[in-house]
Every structure is written in C-alpha cells, then in structure tokens.
Write a new protein. Structure first.
Length: 427
C-alpha cells in the first residue's frame, strides 16, 4: 500500500503517518515523564504576557474567589505579575495540582494523606475564614428559621420530610411555618462547600457519620442536586419548601435568607463575620509545631461561635524550578496576608489572626527554587516585624526580559508538552 502523506515539510522530508506515529509516541513519553516531575507545579520559566508581565496560574475553590479576585486584580495593577485564577472548585484545584498544570491550587477541604502521597511536600496555607449557611424558601417567615445539627442531618438524610415536623416546630415556637414538604437541595459537583457542610454533620450526627460521612462529594440519601452555589440557589428559589447550603459570602451578595444554627454552647447563632471569627478562637494553639494547618473548626466550643465554619487554603509546591515564578507566588501571598487584610471584612469573610498569618508565611520559608534549591524567602526574615511596621518588606525582583537565571533550571523546549499555551498551562 502506498504511503499516505500529510502535506507539510519537516526536516528530512515528507511527514508520513508512520513517522507521525513515532513522533506522537515520543511526545507522549516526554509528556508522561514531565507530568510526574514534583519539582515544579507548572511548566514554563518566566513566561510573560504581551505587556511584559510574568504570568502565574492557579485554580480551585470557589468559596474564596471574590477575595482572590480582588487581591490578584489589585496586585497585578501595581506589580509586573499577572495572576490567572480559575474558580473550578476545590476538587478541581487539587486535581490540577496533582496533574502539574497550575502554579498553585486552592481548596476548602484539607488535603488527604492520599493527596499528599501524590503531591508530597505540598503546603496548605490558610488565607481567610468563612461559613456555610442554610438558605430556604419559606415565604412570609416572621424571623430567621432556627435549626440544630440533628434536624439538619435528619432533613438531608430524608428522615424529616415536612416543615411542620414537631422537632422543627419545637425549635421555632413563635413562628408560623407553612405545612409543606421539605425539598433538600445539595451540590451535585465535588466542592469544598460540601466538605465543610458534611464535616459539620459528621461531627454532630452519629447517623450521618455511619450512613454518609464527609467529603467533597458524597452519596446523598435524598434531595435534588445542583451544580455550584448558583445552581443550589436557583433550585431553592424556584422550589417552595426547599432548603440548601451555600457559602455565606454568596448568600449575602444575593440577599438570601439564612437559618440561625444552634452551636455547642446551645446558642442559636446567625452567620456573621464576628460569629465566624469566634469559631476560630484558640485556633493558633491547636496548630502543631510542624505548621500543618489542616484543622477543622466546625462545631467550635466557643461562646457566640457559628458552628459551620472553616478556613480555606492555597496549595503551594515545595519547590519551583523557575525562581522568578516561585518568588512571585510567595510574594503575592505575603502581600495579601500582611498588606491587604482589611479587604477580607469588606467581602464578608473573617480574617485570620495576625499570629496565624505570620505562622503561615514562616511555613513558606521551606519553599525552594532553582537547581541549587535555595530558599525563596530568607530564613531570617521577620514577617511579624514587617506586619507591625518595624521593618520594610524587600522589593520583589523579577526578571521579565532576557535569559532566565541559570540557577532556575529552565525547561528544555523539547520537554514542553504539545498543546502548552504561552503561559505554560497544559491542556
């Protein structure tokens, strides 16, 4: 059979199907080798955009997207760095870190030991605190609905099916509640919001712990599934009698009713910045000496604490082959935690204490770059002194034009995976 030829020249002659097969095999082999390299979380060295800014990419949790969007936009305006963050959900952020297609990830759900086996050394750096709230469609309610963990678990287990169930009425004695079926609405996609919600139910309800458990995605016993906070909200709004869980920031931005939830002290607490902050009281003392921030704060035993609260994390690789890229990522985190803390309350998040923010930055002193694996942050750098204004932070130095630093171990062009865009992302 005659050779089938594809029009186009390559060195050495026409490209035949046979040669094309060999070429594809070689590229796939190189791609496989590159994707398992744990020395870098994204390809490309010093990639810059059309106006000469270094581009770094991240993906993950939707919960912190409003604050990250503000931070990254302001930072990009004043620094030679562009941050491209895609809010695809916590599960997607972890997956893209594992696949090595982003410079950093973001998640509301703590990394599991299985995750860390696949991306060893990855740091979970807390940034803000937030709450998951119960929103509902019960028109003409005189005040906020009151619920506790056992009732919430009963609703989402399918055991409490009517709004005038005696257990709900006993908790809301002065409120006229319509006699309707309850329609639970849950997320259909994997999400950190689901993790926080199920983490709370897992802590409160033995029945939930036995039958469902916690996770970014679980097998729901009942209810309607919807994608994203928008989907849950839309389903609740169009379904009288529905109840669902969403992030507090999203609920407030959309003027959604939110239930008061009874905490461990027996108090019915409305979700608020102050109540979320109280849920984190004493958190600094719980962080182990190795600065493993993967701690749950649901059902906190604190006066006035809202019980369905959590903090969210940035996922940072332990080593960056490109020192420009590594410096830019760590510096934007330092800038956000120390210089832009006031933005947090403006967007209905609760801020971390200064002590925890400084501990998070100190944890980043272990991150290295280049072939000599030098620390990106000076091990002697005093972030507390910077935070209180005793010393000035050193200016960020990034080389945009010219050859990359020789120490940064640039990726040979032959190793770049087919399909990489100019920003170094892989598809």
């Amino acid at each position: 059979m005659a050779d089938r030829r594809i029009r186009g020249r390559i060195p050495g002659g026409w490209l035949t199907v046979a040669r094309l097969g060999i070429l594809v095999s070689v590229l796939l082999a190189l791609s496989a080798c590159w994707s398992t390299d744990r020395d870098s979380s994204a390809e490309g060295d010093g990639d810059s955009d059309s106006v000469g800014r270094l581009t770094i990419t991240g993906a993950g949790a939707t919960f912190p997207f409003p604050i990250y969007s503000r931070w990254f936009s302001i930072y990009s305006r004043d620094h030679p760095v562009r941050i491209n963050y895609q809010s695809i959900g916590s599960g997607g952020g972890i997956r893209q870190m594992i696949e090595g297609t982003v410079d950093f990830g973001a998640t509301d759900a703590p990394l599991t030991e299985e995750d860390l086996d696949r991306i060893p050394g990855t740091l979970s750096i807390p940034t803000v605190l937030g709450a998951v709230v119960l929103t509902y469609n019960l028109p003409d309610m005189a005040r906020s609905l009151r619920l506790d963990g056992e009732i919430i678990a009963g609703i989402f287990l399918g055991e409490i099916t009517r709004w005038r169930d005696p257990r709900i009425l006993a908790m809301n004695p002065d409120v006229e509640i319509p006699d309707r079926d309850i329609i639970p609405v849950h997320r259909s996609d994997g999400s950190g919001t689901t993790y926080v919600f199920t983490d709370y139910l897992n802590e409160i309800s033995p029945a939930w712990r036995t039958r469902v458990g916690r996770g970014n995605a679980v097998r729901w016993p009942t209810g309607l599934g919807a994608r994203g906070n928008e989907g849950v909200t839309g389903q609740v709004r169009q379904s009288p009698g529905a109840i669902g869980y969403v992030e507090q920031v999203f609920a407030r931005q959309n003027n959604l009713p939110m239930a008061d939830v009874r905490n461990r002290r027996g108090q019915f607490v409305a979700p608020s910045i102050e109540a979320t902050t109280r849920a984190a009281d004493g958190l600094a003392e719980r962080i182990p000496d190795d600065d493993d921030f993967r701690l749950s704060i649901v059902d906190a035993d604190t006066e006035g604490a809202y019980p369905i609260a959590a903090w969210t994390y940035l996922l940072i690789a332990p080593h960056y082959r490109d020192c420009n890229r590594g410096r830019a990522i760590l510096e934007v985190i330092r800038w956000a935690l120390l210089e832009r803390a006031d933005d947090v309350r403006d967007l209905n998040y609760a801020p971390l204490t200064l002590e925890i923010r400084v501990r998070a930055l100190n944890a980043l002193k272990t991150v290295t770059c280049g072939t000599d694996r030098r620390p990106i942050f000076d091990p002697d750098r005093d972030f507390m002194a910077e935070a209180i204004g005793e010393v000035e932070a050193p200016e960020l130095e990034i080389e945009i034009d010219g050859e990359p630093e020789p120490e940064s171990d640039p990726v040979p062009p032959s190793e770049l995976e087919a399909g990489a865009d100019p920003d170094g992302r892989q598809y």
